[in-house]
Design a protein around this ligand. Structure first.
Ligand code: NAD
Ligand code: UGA
Length: 469
């Protein structure tokens, strides 16, 4: 029986291993983490992350061939394949601060593997890492190896939050990179055999290590670039009277461009797009490729521009000041169907409005008040350094209240901002919302999910990204 251990029970480690356990009943899978509370949640009724379909998969396998544990050393020592799925945040200090990936958590996991192993192992990079990380990991492992043989594979994860289970059940591709030696190829085959339980063989791509590591950064950079491209167009649409949804539809019909991932928005968020592009920029700079670095930097600049533009639009529409005005924020997560707020555009928009002294009333169906208050008081990049961060909540801001109902958020408000595209926001009773708001009543739709004409008929002043005013 093959034994798998995954270090890191987060958004990637938890769902990925749960699906492996479900699809491979003969493989024993242990997911380990230093966070006692996270492991307790994985073992309890309230899983630590909200992801459609996840609970069902976990309940089917937990205790059978899927285990969550803090006994890291025991499970690593017993495993044949060790996945490392720890966080790889942007460095906040020292060389490369603000761009380079911080591999502290990765390195400590690798050192621990070297210390506790007493049998040969395949070590799999599941986290997103800079190109050539495998070389560094190999050095750490082999310098402490005591005759134990390690094969390092790169197997980056492409799931998106909110659709993680669907993506894992039916991936566009699984990518495995390894050494081009007989031992390397044997290790690739062993991992391929795991995925082959449910992924068709022609969707399992194998490459060398560096191509696999770089492909992950490249995929996220291309996806984010698409959003910045459509968001850049949205600004031009507003200036010219074109409608960005019509433009997206028209260009998406070209099969070379394709229709997906062309929704203009208040900006992309999530734990990875910005982090991974910054990481890519840093790698380019280290290799003396200034033009290439500048090209990718621009994707982030346009994203920041889009968020600022949204805030400026709100403030300028409301007679150039939102001081003391109540503004309802509908949606705080970085996209629908997740409670994840990492790098959500809502943080920048809220901070921008708070900077102009607005009073915010925030509602999100999946995000807690504690999380929102913490996000709004945290420094940029600090959110992904959980080991240094203390679990203590900051003092609640008097300018921010968090409520559990969209109608309550909008009551007596001057404006409503849609920052996450939750389905329930499409079917709210906007007449009721209008009746209970201050006049003139504004709606700023940062996700283009509302029917602008209907809202205007009710009496709202509506701003929708990339649409005629
Ligand atoms: P996460 O923060 O949710 O989970 C990481 C976990 O690793 C945490 O629970 C942390 O306590 C644990 N950890 C850190 N150091 C440890 C150690 N030494 N030993 C044991 N546990 C340790 O992060 P995530 O969102 O799951 O992302 C993990 C990696 O996967 C990142 O590199 C990310 O870029 C990449 N990725 C994320 C997504 C996504 O949708 N979130 C998708 C694809 C790839
Ligand atoms: C993204 C990638 O899609 C995954 O393939 C990748 O594995 C993952 O990053 C990662 O490496 O972490 P994720 O961030 O979970 O997944 O979610 P996306 O659906 O990509 O959305 C990212 C952001 O872009 C969200 O804020 C979303 O609202 C925004 N977005 C997305 C748009 O503004 N417009 C679109 O058309 C699509």
């Amino acid at each position: 029986m093959v034994k798998i251990c995954c270090i890191g029970a987060g958004y990637v480690g938890g769902p990925t291993m749960a699906v492996i356990a479900l699809k491979c009943p003969k493989i024993e899978v242990a997911v380990v983490d230093i966070s006692v509370s996270r492991i307790a949640a994985w073992n309890g009724d309230q899983l630590p992350i909200y992801e459609p379909g996840l609970e069902d998969v976990v309940t089917q396998c937990r205790g059978r061939n899927l285990f969550f544990s803090t006994d890291i050393e025991k499970h690593v020592a017993e495993a044949d394949i060790v996945f490392v799925s720890v966080n790889t945040p942007t460095k906040t200090q020292g060389l490369g601060a603000g761009k380079a990936a911080d591999l502290t958590y990765w390195e400590s996991a690798a050192r621990m593997i070297a210390n506790v192993s007493n049998s040969n192992k395949i070590v799999v990079e599941k986290s997103t890492v800079p190109v050539k990380t495998a070389e560094a990991i190999e050095k750490i492992l082999t310098h402490n190896s005591r005759e134990i043989k390690y094969q390092i594979l790169s197997n980056p994860e492409f799931l998106a939050e909110g659709t993680a289970i669907q993506d894992l059940f039916n991936p566009d591709r699984v990518l495995i990179g390894g050494r081009e030696t007989p031992e390397g190829q044997k290790a690739i085959q062993a991992l391929k055999d795991v995925y082959a339980h449910w992924v068709p063989e022609d969707r399992i791509i194998t490459t060398n290590l560096w191509s696999a590591e770089l492909s992950k950064l490249a995929a996220n950079a291309f996806l984010a670039q698409r959003i910045s491209s459509v968001n850049a167009m949205s600004a031009l649409c507003e200036a010219t009277g074109a409608d960005v949804t019509q433009v997206s539809h028209a260009i998406g019909k070209d099969t070379r461009i394709g229709p997906r991932f062309l929704n203009s928005s208040v900006g992309f968020g999530g734990s990875c797009f910005q982090k991974d592009i910054l990481n890519l920029v840093y790698i380019c700079e280290c290799n003396g490729l200034t033009e290439v670095a500048n090209y990718w930097k621009q994707v982030i600049k346009v994203n920041d521009y889009q968020k600022n533009r949204f805030v400026n639009r709100i403030v300028s529409s409301m007679f150039n000041t939102v001081s003391g005005k109540k503004i309802a924020i509908l949606g705080f997560a970085f996209k629908k169907d997740t409670g994840d707020t990492r790098e959500t555009p809502a943080i920048d928009v809220c901070k921008g409005l708070l900077g102009d002294k607005a009073k915010l009333s925030i509602y999100d169906p999946q995000v807690t008040e504690d999380q929102i208050q913490r996000d709004l008081s945290m420094k940029k990049f600090d959110w992904d350094h959980p080991i240094h961060l203390q679990p203590m909540s900051p003092p609640a801001s008097k300018q921010v209240s968090v409520v559990w109902d969209a109608y309550q958020a909008a009551k007596d408000a001057h404006g409503v901002c849609i920052l996450t595209e939750w389905d329930e926001f499409k079917t709210l009773d906007y007449q009721k919302i209008f009746d209970n708001m201050r006049k003139p009543a504004y709606i700023f739709d940062g996700r283009n999910i509302l029917d602008v004409e209907k809202l205007r008929e009710i009496g709202f002043i509506v701003y929708s990204i990339g649409k005629p005013l």
